[in-house]
Design a protein around this ligand. Structure first.
Ligand code: AMP
Ligand code: MG
Length: 491
């Protein structure tokens, strides 16, 4: 068996970027799950991860040679208000690993105890939070959305205190391309440490955006535009999956636009553009349809942080900022419409497609249609199925038929064969998503010490586009009494 080999580039940055520190350890660690497929992809030994030595590392009781645990410093706008000092308060970057292709990955423990940035918190995480993040992040990965991953999870054997009472503790081993956030740039910018901003930008370019070195003109302008484009695309893809991140604070907007921080996020059941689940988002700042605005807003904060690298001249800086802002809008529109065309099976772009999509949203809202089932059953109709199951999703049957007639009229204008349409739709409209009530059920059982529903759901969600007749009950929408109205950070 082979222990993890670390190579830590972040630890080679100046000390102001982080605080070194050891994980606090767990009294009675127990292995919850190892992600075999991800360990293989990273060239790690899954058997070692599950061994006593592996669990000792995963629980923070031992760290292997070469690990240099550190908490990263960052700042961030939380619900619009700026905090100059956040940082990893309940996470530690153990180090980085290189996969067989030479790609570098962060390996982080989440929930491993207090750090210099913990403020009032205990630095720990509940089983609920870890089960949630494991299910959601791996579910997102299988859906094809850029995201951080779950490599493994352990229980700590410790009871921790939260508002809801005493809860069991756990630690997630999270893997990401990066844990640098918009807030990491803001941290140095807010302190006026422009050299550190540049140092961080160079690090991000070398590690994540090497292609911008070859671009014409100012590399930092190219960097900004690349980051902006990825965030625009991510926001569009979240919306297409009916995903609501819930806490798009700038400390949670990661620099390569992987979905980061699975707190109060949720997949929407009944469609409503203003849909919000997070119990703390009382004003709907991060509602389903606000996500592009909020990602865009975060990109403007990033632009401000990079300002001195973009131009010394005010007017030129303004022009660069406007251009980045336009780039966001253009990329978002393109990804949004392109993605929804595929979801609706519109293979040949036409002028009125945007209106077509908006009219569908209006009908879906009025009829309280389940978002995911709408696309799933429309896909079946495109594949020749009886339209009745699709129509039954609508509150008002007549509106279902009227909408379906419009859809048929629209696709009749295309020359593409129906089989192409069904195949396109099948590839983008999942059968299984991490629905709130399923996640909640797995969490409740996990809290009581039964992890079987968690394991089963993890398996089902790993093949979201594959029919699984034996798991049909996981496809359906929640019953009225199963509906989860609010999600919590469960930190
Ligand atoms: P979040 O909004 O969940 O991304 O967290 C915002 C900030 O709070 C970050 O700096 C976290 O590290 C910190 N934080 C969240 N939960 C805890 C905790 N249990 N202990 C210490 N810090 C925490
Ligand atoms: Mg966070």
């Amino acid at each position: 068996m082979k222990a993890i080999q670390f190579d830590n580039s972040y630890a080679r940055l100046p000390e102001a970027f982080y605080s070194l520190g050891k994980p606090k350890g767990a009294p009675a660690p127990g292995l919850l799950r190892v992600n075999m497929e991800l360990s293989t992809q990273l060239g790690l030994d899954a058997e070692w991860l599950g061994s006593d030595a592996g669990v000792a590392m995963l629980s923070g009781n031992a760290f292997p040679e070469g690990a240099q645990p550190l908490a990263m410093a960052y700042a961030g706008h939380q619900f619009g208000g700026f905090s100059a000092q956040l940082g990893d308060g309940r996470a530690l970057l153990l180090g980085e690993v290189l996969d067989p292709q030479g790609q570098r990955w962060d390996v982080q423990l989440k929930g491993s105890g207090r750090t210099r940035y913990s403020r009032g918190g205990d630095g720990k995480a509940t089983v609920a939070a870890i089960v949630r993040e494991y299910l959601l992040s791996e579910g997102m990965f299988a859906l094809g959305i850029p995201t951080t991953r779950a490599l493994a999870a352990v229980t700590t054997g410790e009871t921790i205190w939260r508002e809801e009472g005493h809860l069991p503790g756990a630690i997630l081993c999270r893997v990401a391309q990066s844990h640098v956030r918009v807030g990491t740039f803001q941290y140095f910018a807010a302190r006026g440490e422009s050299e550190s901003v540049q140092r961080l930008a160079d690090y991000v370019i070398d590690r994540h955006y090497p292609e911008v070195r070859g671009a014409q003109g100012n590399v930092y302008v190219s960097l900004l535009e690349s980051i902006v484009a990825r965030h625009a695309s991510l926001a569009a893809r979240w919306m297409q999956m009916g995903f609501i991140h819930g806490v798009m604070n700038t400390d949670n907007l990661q620099i390569v636009a992987e979905t980061l921080d699975y707190g109060p996020c949720a997949f929407m059941d009944d469609f409503r553009p203003g849909c919000v689940f997070s119990a703390i988002d009382s004003r709907g700042r991060y509602a389903w349809d606000q996500q592009p605005n909020m990602a865009h807003w975060g990109m403007i904060r990033l632009t401000e942080s990079l300002a001195h690298l973009l131009s010394e001249d005010r007017e030129e800086l303004q022009a660069i900022a406007n251009q980045a802002s336009d780039k966001f809008s253009q990329c978002f529109e393109r990804e949004f419409l392109g993605g929804f065309r595929r979801k609706f099976g519109l293979l040949e772009p036409m002028d009125d497609d945007s209106e077509f999509v908006q009219a569908a949203f209006t009908a879906m809202t009025r009829n309280e249609v389940d978002y995911n089932l709408f696309f799933r059953r429309l896909t079946q109709v495109a594949d020749g199925a009886n339209p009745e199951p699709f129509e039954s999703l609508f509150e008002f049957g007549g509106e279902a038929q009227a909408w379906l007639s419009k859809w048929k009229e629209r696709i009749a204008k295309e020359s593409a064969p129906g089989t192409d349409r069904a195949a396109t739709m099948q590839a983008v409209n999942p059968i299984f998503i991490p629905r709130n009530h399923l996640v909640e059920d797995a969490i409740q059982h996990a809290n009581a010490g039964n992890f079987d529903p968690f394991h089963k759901l993890t398996e089902i969600l790993s093949k979201p586009f594959t029919e699984q007749p034996e798991n049909e009950s996981y496809e359906r929408a929640p019953l009225e009494n199963e509906k989860v109205q609010h999600t919590h950070c469960n930190t």
